[in-house]
Ligand binder design. Structure first.
Ligand SMILES: [Zn+2]
Length: 266
């Protein structure tokens, strides 16, 4: 009897704990609410900025990165507004920073904290290339993939027992969050799932198209990324979490007509 109640409670919690991804409409597990995610992001982001060398705002590379970032942020706002999802990003405090680092990396935390590493700029090459990777990373945040990944991690660690999830400590949550974004533990960077990657590609193409960047050029960026791995001693971390293989390229090609619809509206 008791077991049955626990089961029903768990089923109810899981049902309640599902949210839907804009554009794709996929249901996702969500054991961490948006407020928690934003405060975890805030703490993790502040720590990251303290530990890393932020390129000054006056630097022309920073100006360039912020310009592309602002175009995408505006596109996201337009998109979310159009689809009736603007509530979901109402607490976002968007920020774009360029960080001095050899690493080929970029990410966007929940709440709109975007970081681009100088190491990826030769591969992004131009505005459209940079818009491809930034659009993709922003898409992970908009689709709440971080919260989903954390929820999966928590469920795995705690056996998805209702009580345990509810009482998991905030320091444990911060640790999982930091691992996800590679803050303080770059080697433990968690991977997004394949479905999350393809969802981020689809949303990212849409964002870049609304921002006025030709989504057909996205494939060029992923091919340059893949080629750059061959010239490096150690494959870039970004590629291990973002394989740019045939699956990704053919997925992008599949979503192109949809994104071009947005691009041609410009
Ligand atoms: Zn990704």
């Amino acid at each position: 009897m008791k077991l049955k109640i626990v089961f029903l409670a768990a089923a109810f919690l899981l049902f309640e704990a599902c949210s839907k991804v804009p554009l794709t409409g996929r249901s996702q597990l969500s054991l961490v609410d948006e407020g928690q995610m934003l405060s975890l992001a805030q703490a993790s982001y502040a720590e990251f900025l303290k530990e890393n060398k932020v390129v000054p705002a006056s630097d022309k590379q920073t100006v360039f990165v912020k310009k592309v970032g602002d175009n995408l942020i505006n596109a996201v706002k337009v998109f979310m507004n159009q689809k009736g999802y603007s509530q979901q990003i109402k607490d976002y405090k968007w920020e774009v920073n360029l960080v001095e680092s050899k690493e080929l990396n970029a990410w966007c935390m929940p709440g709109g904290k975007i970081v681009v590493y100088t190491g990826i700029l030769p591969v992004t090459k131009d505005e459209t290339g940079l818009a491809t990777v930034m659009g993709h990373e922003i898409a992970h945040a908009i689709a709440r993939h971080g919260a989903e990944r954390m929820s999966q991690q928590m469920a795995a660690q705690m056996g998805a027992v209702v009580g345990n999830v509810a009482t998991s400590s905030s320091s444990q949550n911060q640790q999982i969050f930091n691992e996800l974004y590679g803050v303080g533990a770059p080697l433990a960077l968690l991977k997004y799932g394949r479905n999350q990657e393809s969802e981020a590609d689809r949303l990212g193409l849409t964002f870049m198209a609304i921002a006025g960047y030709d989504p057909r050029k996205a494939v060029d960026f992923w091919q340059r990324m893949s080629a750059s791995a061959k010239t490096q001693q150690k494959p870039p971390e970004f590629l291990s979490t973002h394989p740019s293989d045939e699956t990704r390229i053919s997925g992008i090609q599949k979503y192109l007509p949809e994104a071009l619809g947005y691009y041609n509206q410009k």
